[in-house]
Design a protein around this ligand. Structure first.
Ligand code: IMP
Ligand code: MG
Length: 178
């Protein structure tokens, strides 16, 4: 297992790139089957979801659009419980099928807020696609429709996920060594 040091912390590989990409294939396959006649609008939730969204969209073969919103809730290795919206929606989503694309659903605070926002903007259907899901820590009543991998409640980095802005570029996922 490979180890990396990021700032003051050490991490080791927990999910290799190949496992990640197989999970992305499965998610894309389900979306292609479910939404083929819905012309969905994918919403990539920046920053963390950029890598998952890119790999996912390359495998989505149905007519669709993609847009980006930017929110932040994490500081260091923990959720602040508050979500700051830094870039919002520009497009008309009234009547649309919207797929929110997340890197990870942890407490569920981020996704719950965005689901409410998309509904209030008049979307016909809101779905959640997340690369990673930490079921133990999910305190909210929002269930992702498409999950790449279920993971334990540990702090992870890589594949878009960061520690204080670092390590988003790593191709594999790494877990904090306690
Ligand atoms: P939630 O609002 O608690 O569900 O957290 C959502 C956001 O926190 C995610 O979109 C990530 O950007 C970030 N996050 C949650 N868990 C981790 C982690 O283990 N490592 C890095 N970022 C995380
Ligand atoms: Mg995120």
């Amino acid at each position: 297992m490979a180890r990396v040091k990021v700032l003051d912390k050490e991490f080791e590989t927990s999910i290799p790139e190949q496992t990640i990409l197989e999970a992305v294939d499965r998610v894309a396959g389900k979306i292609n089957a479910d939404l083929s006649d819905k012309s969905p609008l994918f919403v990539c939730i920046l920053n963390g979801a950029f890598m998952f969204a890119a790999d996912l969209m390359k495998r989505v073969s149905i007519p669709c659009q993609i847009t980006f919103v930017k929110v932040a809730s994490y500081e260091g290795t923990g959720s602040t419980g508050k979500v700051k919206q830094l870039i919002g929606f520009n497009e008309d989503i009234k009547g649309r099928t919207v797929v929110l694309v997340e890197d990870i659903v942890d407490t569920g605070v981020t996704i719950e807020g965005l689901v409410a926002q998309v509904r209030s903007l008049g979307a016909a259907d809101v779905r959640i696609a997340t690369m990673l899901f930490k079921p133990q820590s999910c305190k909210k009543d929002v269930c992702p429709d498409y999950v790449g991998l279920d993971i334990p409640n540990d702090f992870i980095i890589g594949y878009g996920l960061d520690y204080d802005g670092y390590a988003r570029n790593l191709r594999d996922i790494y877990t904090l060594i306690k």
